[in-house]
Design a protein around this ligand. Structure first.
Ligand SMILES: Nc1ncnc2c1ncn2[C@@H]1O[C@H](COP(=O)(O)OP(=O)(O)O)[C@@H](O)[C@H]1O
Ligand SMILES: [Mg+2]
Length: 446
């Protein structure tokens, strides 16, 4: 596998491999790939690609920067994306040279790390997604993330992604955004960095006449933008404009705000891990903020209760998750962020993640996310059949994790700055330590 060897993603996958009685995989560090150092794969091997995230040195190498980013700083997302594409190309070339088979199509990973292209692909396939802000000037400003090294174009764009703001228009980005919102009559949008994850550079923006408000985990500092664990609300237009214009050179993706259903006094959405085309491990993420990411204080909600509340609408939403995954047939698993609207009748997909499978201690049909992937691989005839785990109950449940069987361990990206909490912490711990004073006036984020 290719991964960051010290990261728990790799540890948990190796644990699952061991538990299945399979031989320990050879791990190629992303650091080696990103540094341009030589590496190889055993002939005939299957290669799993895992996240390069949560490693400041790998991040520095992928950005091609001289210095690591300052703690929490939002910097060089576009450079990172180019570097990641180059690293993926090295992995693909090496696999071809050594006669190894990639389990993931790197070109699909490249699309999944570009929210505009991912959205365009889902939309073209008729998958329910929030509409993007139709801004002609933004379309023409798109600088395509094309790389052609190694004879491969991982950055190729299908169609023209709309709703993307690129560098040249950065200075006027906020004004253009407001004008475009006015033109189409939208008062609420989600502004996202194209290559961001974990809510990095995501703003939930509302305008009303001359007033505006942005809810975000972005901290606007004199010396830059930083990810914070504290979700805050900016109400001064100059602050919102400053954030948008500083983010714009990294590429922005702007969508209409899809009102999310409220449940138990919180706004919810779901992370649905689709393995081998079938929706499997599912987590309800419940938050007091419009962003439900667990490291921002989101907590796990009651899946059975949500499913019951969704009633007849549940299966259509699962079909959408499967349809979203089907847009990425070369990806053995994807993590789909699914939103239900108030009343459950409508749903939309916020994004699809290439590495959305870090769901520690969550069982589905008695298997955790990694064991389930190994089983799916075996069924596909690509790997030896792993032994079935002893605890198979059909229903999804959490394995007791220490004293808090009800907590999912949230993954705080290394680039989040958060006062005292810097590593992976439990969602519950984050919730109490970092709860924002901002609370929605009504249930959900209508
Ligand atoms: N169009 C939208 N309308 C309402 N909420 C959204 C929308 N897009 C994203 N969100 C919320 O914002 C959060 C982060 O957005 P997402 O697209 O998943 O990016 P990230 O890669 O940062 O996780 C999610 O929790 C999701 O619920
Ligand atoms: Mg997400």
């Amino acid at each position: 596998m290719v991964g960051n060897p010290d990261n728990r993603r790799v540890r948990l996958f190796l644990d699952a491999v061991r538990a299945a009685g399979l031989p320990a995989p050879h791990v190629v560090p992303w650091h080696t790939v990103a540094a341009g150092a030589p590496f190889g794969f055993p002939a005939g091997s299957l290669v799993r690609i895992d996240s390069p995230g949560e490693d400041p040195e790998v991040d520095r190498l992928l950005r091609g920067a001289a210095e690591p980013a300052r703690h929490g700083e939002i910097i060089g997302l576009r450079s990172w994306y180019h570097g990641f594409n180059r690293a993926l190309a090295r992995v693909a070339d090496t696999a071809a040279r050594d006669g190894a088979t990639l389990l993931h199509d790197p070109a699909e990973i490249a699309v999944l790390f570009d929210k505009s292209r991912c959205h365009a692909r889902l939309s073209a396939a008729g998958v329910a997604v929030p509409p993007v802000l139709p801004v002609q000037e933004f379309d023409t400003a798109v600088e395509l993330d094309v790389r052609q090294a190694a004879g491969q174009e991982f950055g190729r764009v299908e169609g023209r992604p709309r709703g993307s703001v690129a560098g040249p228009h950065a200075a006027g980005a906020w004004a253009a955004l407001r004008a475009a919102m006015r033109d189409v009559g939208w008062h609420r949008v989600f502004v996202k960095t194209r290559h961001g994850s974990s809510s990095s550079g995501v703003l939930a923006v509302q305008v009303a006449g001359a007033r505006c408000q942005a809810v975000t985990s972005v901290e606007l500092a004199a010396d830059g933008l930083f990810n914070s664990l504290r979700v805050r609300t900016y109400t001064a237009e100059r602050d919102v404009a400053a954030i948008v214009e500083r983010l714009a050179p990294e590429g922005l993706h702007v969508e209409r705000w899809f009102p999310k259903v409220g449940f138990g006094g919180r706004t919810i959405d779901l992370r649905v891990l689709v393995i081998g085309g079938r929706p499997a491990h599912t987590v309800v993420r419940a938050s007091r903020h419009p962003m439900t990411n667990l490291h921002l204080g989101g907590v796990r909600g009651d899946l059975a209760a949500v499913r019951a509340a969704a009633g007849p609408h549940w299966s259509a939403a699962m079909d959408s998750c499967a349809a979203a995954a089907a847009c990425f047939p070369g990806s053995p698993h994807v993590g789909v962020d699914l939103m239900f609207g108030p009343g459950w009748r409508r749903h939309a997909i916020a994004e699809v993640n290439a590495f959305g499978d870090l769901l520690p201690n969550l069982l589905h049909d008695g298997r955790d996310a990694y064991a389930a992937q190994l089983a799916a691989l075996a069924l596909a005839g690509a790997a030896p059949q792993p032994a079935a785990p002893p605890c198979s109950g059909g229903a999804q449940r959490l394995a007791a994790a220490g004293s808090a069987g009800d907590t999912i361990t949230a993954c705080a990206p290394h680039h989040v700055r958060c006062g005292h909490i810097t590593g992976g912490v439990t969602a519950a711990a984050m919730d109490s330590a970092n709860r924002s004073a901002v609370a929605p006036g009504r249930e959900g984020d209508r």
